[in-house]
Design a protein around this ligand. Structure first.
Ligand SMILES: Cc1cc2nc3c(=O)[nH]c(=O)nc-3n(C[C@H](O)[C@H](O)[C@H](O)COP(=O)(O)O)c2cc1C
Length: 208
């Protein structure tokens, strides 16, 4: 390999897209697309712009649903791009062409589905839905970004994703997440590239 030293503006190497649903102050619900998320145990860490409606709702209500779209849900994700649930749009978003969207469900042609443990609805169209509760925040970039820890309380998966013979496992061959890589949307269409040594550890040993 021959390397060049570069200075990338962003370091979006590829993470799954998450549609975060939260409840607005008037009782309606919001959908915020994001992808700065990672998972450890039953916790998820979300990197969210402080001014976003999703952030404000999550900090106020302490609840959300993390809905994972599959890689064929590009239209819904694109319909949500350039929208915000905040009536007063920050200058940097105005400059990028964002608009206020009160009804993200209609804008994205997505269907709400009642949750069981939290108030925000699930996105019925997403094959993975995780009901979650706020557990803590850490500020980044001078307060412009909130790193929010949530605990997943309940996970719902489409039956086609379940690994046969197991009560609680997902079949990685069936799960096709949408991955955002440097603002572009990708899938994992080519299947497993190599047998994973890590996967020799029984998944149940990882439960917290
Ligand atoms: C695919 C995709 C990924 C995004 N990832 C993030 C992210 O990780 N963090 C973030 O703060 N905003 C992210 N955004 C931008 C937010 O969606 C944007 O700030 C939006 O206005 C939030 O909506 P809300 O204000 O209604 O919460 C992403 C947008 C798209 C379309």
């Amino acid at each position: 390999m021959t390397h060049s030293t570069i200075n990338p503006a962003v370091l979006y190497w590829g993470t799954p897209v998450v549609l975060v649903t939260t409840v607005n102050p008037d009782g309606s619900s919001n959908i915020g697309p994001m992808s700065s998320a990672f998972w450890i145990g039953n916790r998820c860490i979300l990197g969210l712009g402080t001014s976003s409606q999703t952030t404000q709702n999550l900090l106020r209500t302490k609840e959300c649903v993390l809905n994972l779209p599959s890689d064929d849900m590009g239209d819904a994700v694109n319909n949500l791009a350039y929208t915000t649930g905040t009536e007063i749009i920050p200058e940097y978003k105005i400059a990028r062409g964002y608009r206020y969207e009160k009804d993200k469900w209609t804008a994205a042609q997505l269907t709400p589905q009642g949750s069981e443990k939290v108030a925000p609805p699930r996105v019925q169209n997403c094959p993975v839905q995780m009901e979650a509760a706020y557990r803590g925040t850490y500020e980044m970039l001078g307060g412009a970004v909130q790193v929010i820890e949530v605990e997943v309380l309940q996970t719902h998966v489409d039956n086609t994703l379940r690994l046969e013979g197991y009560a609680n496992r997902v079949d990685p061959d069936a799960w096709r997440p949408m991955i955002m890589s440097f603002q572009h949307l990708y899938g994992l269409r080519h299947g497993e590239v190599v047998r994973s040594e890590l996967a020799r550890i029984d998944e149940e040993q990882l439960r917290v």
